[in-house]
Structures are given as C-alpha cells and as structure tokens.
Write a protein that binds this ligand. Sequence first.
Ligand code: FAD
Length: 486
Amino acid sequence: MFLAAESVQRDSVVHADVVIAGAGAAGITIARALRGSGLHTVVLEGGGFDYDAASQALYTGTVSGSPYELEDSRLRYFGGTTNHWGGWVRPLDDADFDGRAWVPGTGWPISRSDLDPYYGSAFRMTSQLDDHPFGWESWLEGDRDVEALVDSPLLTGAMYRISPVRFGQAYRDELRDAPDVEVYLGANVVNIGTDRTGSHATGLDVRTLKGAGFHVAADRFVCALGGIDNARLLLASRAVEPGGLGNSNDLVGRYFMDHIEAAVATLVLADPVPNVYLGGRFDLARAGVVPTEAAAEQHRLAGTAFIIGEPRVASRRGALDGTVPDAVVKGVLGSLERGDPHTYSLEIRAEPEPNPQSRITLNDGTDALGMPTVDVHRVLTDGDHQRLKRAMELFASELGRLGLGWMRIDADGLGDHDGPLYYGFHHMGTTRMSDDPSTGVVDRRCRVHGIDNLWIAGSSVFPSVGFANPTLTIVALALRIADDLR
Ligand SMILES: Cc1cc2nc3c(=O)[nH]c(=O)nc-3n(C[C@H](O)[C@H](O)[C@H](O)COP(=O)(O)OP(=O)(O)OC[C@H]3O[C@@H](n4cnc5c(N)ncnc54)[C@H](O)[C@@H]3O)c2cc1C
C-alpha cells in the first residue's frame, strides 16, 4: 500500500515490525522479499513517484577532492538511482571477496559462496532475464557464436548482462498490493533515535517538505539510502554519540570509493572486434577483457576490466602517431597490411584501493529540512595510478605479442587522472563491512557493530569493490538481509 507522508497526523507515532529507509534497489528488494512474512513492514521513501527538483535538492552537497558529479549521480525518488542506471550487472569474483594481497585493504569477511545462494534471484530482479551463466568459458561453448578477442594465459573474457530494470516501475504494483507493506512517499528520514546507551535503535524521525513530521517506532531498522546518504544519516544521528551512530572508531564515511572508469586509449586492431565485445546482437550481454588472476598476481593489479567502445574513424597514419615502441609497431604492421586497421576507443574499469582519506563528511550546510549536507572528498592513491598504468601496459604488450594490434594511450587518459571521467557513479565503502569493529562499521550480516537492530543495505558496506558494477551485489546482500529480518 502507498501512503503520502503528508497525510500522517503531525507528531504521531507509526508502529511497525521492520522499517526500511529508502526505496531504491536495496530498499525495494527487502520490502518485496518481506511480503507475506508476517512482519508489518514500513518503507520510508523521501521522494514521490516522479523526479521532483525540491526532493532532488536535498541531495545537494560540496566536493572537495577530485571533481565529482554529486547530484546527478543518484536520483531521489521511488526506485532511486535505478530510475536512470545503465543496468550492467555482474557478480563479484572469488578474488574480490578473498582480496588481493598486493592491493592494500582489499577483501571481505565473507566469500563468494556466501552470496552464491542469492545471486540468481538478484539477477532476475535486476534484469528480469532468465538465469544465465556469467562464466566466460560457458559463453564460448555451444552454438552461441561467441569468439574470444584474446586467447592468452594473461588476458581472458568477462561477461556482463545489460537489461536495466527500473525498480520503481517494475515492482510498484507488487508493493501496492502487499497487505503487510506500507510505503510512505515524501517521507524523509532525518534522524535515527536510540536508547540511552546507543546500542538499540528505537525509531526514525520523518520530515516532509511541507513542514510536517512524524516518528516511526519498530523492532528492526534498515538504512537503504544509497552509498552516500547511509553514511550521512548515521553521521547526522548524534543525540547519543556526538560523532554519529556506529562511528565510535571514526570509520563512518571513510573509504569512499567509486570505480575508476575512463576512456584511456585508442585500440588499433588487425581484425574487427568480435561482436560480443560491442554488444551488437548480444545486446543483453557484453564482454570485457580482463587480466587472469595469475596475471593480476604477477603484475600486481587490482580488479580491472577493459571495455571496447565504439569504433573510431582514424587513418592509419593517425593511428601510428604517438609513442608506440618500434618493436611493437613492426610486429603488428604485418598483420595490418592485410587491410585498414580497425580502430576503437578503449575504456578501463578498475577497482580503487580502499583509502581512509577518501571520505564523506558532513559540511557546514543544511538542506531544506535542516539536515546536515555532505562533502565528498574522493582521492585516488599513487598505487591506484601505478596499477592502472601496469594494467594498460599488460593489455598493450599482449596485443602486440599476439600480433593482434596495439593501443595508444590517449593524452587525456592516464595523465589527467583527476579528470571528471574517472568514476562510474557507484558510491561504495562508507559503512564498510568487517568482523572487527575497529576496522568496519557493519558486521558480516550488514548489521551495525554495537547496535543490535540496525542494518545497512547498499554498496556502502562493500569493503573493497572489484571491477564489476555494484547493483547485483547490492541486491544479493539485500536479499540476505531480508532472510535475517525474517
Ligand atoms: C547514470 C548511472 C548509471 C548507472 N549504471 C549502473 C550500471 O550499469 N550497473 C550498476 O550496477 N549500477 C549502476 N549505477 C549505480 C546504481 O544505480 C546504484 O548502485 C543503485 O541504484 C544503488 O541502489 P541503492 O538502493 O543503494 O540506492 P538508490 O537506488 O540511490 O536508492 C536510495 C533511495 O533512498 C531514498 N532516500 C535517500 N535519502 C533519503 C532519506 N533521508 N529519507 C528517505 N529516503 C531517502 C532515495 O530517494 C532513493 O529512492 C548507475 C548509476 C548512475 C547514476
């Protein structure tokens, strides 16, 4: 059932078994999974059914690190940022959970096998496609007509599925018809109340843009406000803990990560790229080129994928300009003599190192509801830049060695590492998961350390991020939280 927050009697108390703050990918997943559970579930969504400038303005903040697109990188209405996401999904790999010893701070307290029971359902929710293997080998088998660009012990393929489901549209009727779920629209959560010890959440304070407000009391609470506002709400809830809830170790908001995503090079190949790398008739699937785990270890790389972009028009002379080593040019020239080179843009998608200096803090401002606004300070480390460079060198040298082609690093690629293209709109890490409260905000079940009934849903819990887009894993974790709430 949907209700307008404005219609709730001012200063009244709404009671529930479970309250979910935020109705984006994570919040809708949990609400949907709790239907029929016997739990009276209340969802508090700040926006309405459509984009509204006044609601969106509540997301305004400042940027003090590398340039960052803060407002447009999320949407503040029912369905959340899935109202304009790209729909690329892929699970994290074993190595992402296990961590890469040569990339500081990577690894999760859980392993891929903990999420395997949820990834299938998560895939159906995010894509509304039948379950399909992501394993590269299985795509090469059978009669799918999938051909590998590179066949090498150092580079392999990785498959993404791309079928963007708009959660607010796809699951709206189900939530409307669920007798045990109430979704309040225009219900902005501005504070989490706790008992005097700060170890048990007691209720959420809700405000509307027209000045009304009420309180929601419940047994269990879930924050699903997105990777920035999960941290913002914890930091702003400081009645008992001056530094904010869950923040006794000064970790809330730290380790803010976004994927490094940038068009970094021009790729010149002897033969056209196989269709599966460009989408084409595989428009619901698309392959990237990734270092094998052996190559990642040998070259000390983070999670990295190369995505081949649109074909570029370039003359052979143009393609040869630049600082391509003579040996590589000679090796490749022979094969290029067969015909005009095929030229493509090349995008890198890589995992940054978890960095405590990269962080979300509250700034001095407040929004229209009086809630503190955020500052985003995203910084990459020298190690991040070195790993990007090594990944590109590996890709380029394998192409040359195999006589497939070469790549030229674009002037505004690696060099301009603070450039605005260096992110994918994925907000991660600000309430990171760890078994140890001194190194993480939530435990392995996504429950805030030291607070027995408060869960965090979303990519803010990712302690490290691999190269895959986050939403499939957000939804898998949300389904796991729903199991625990049941
Ligand atoms: C342009 C773009 C393209 C993207 N493409 C991809 C992609 O291809 N693949 C991928 O995996 N990911 C992609 N993403 C990221 C993806 O959209 C997010 O990972 C996902 O939406 C996060 O889900 P969430 O539920 O955590 O947050 P959101 O979807 O942002 O939902 C948060 C919800 O909380 C509500 N809210 C916020 N604050 C409050 C408050 N105080 N009180 C009440 N409600 C509140 C918001 O209105 C919103 O509905 C993309 C993002 C962008 C911007």
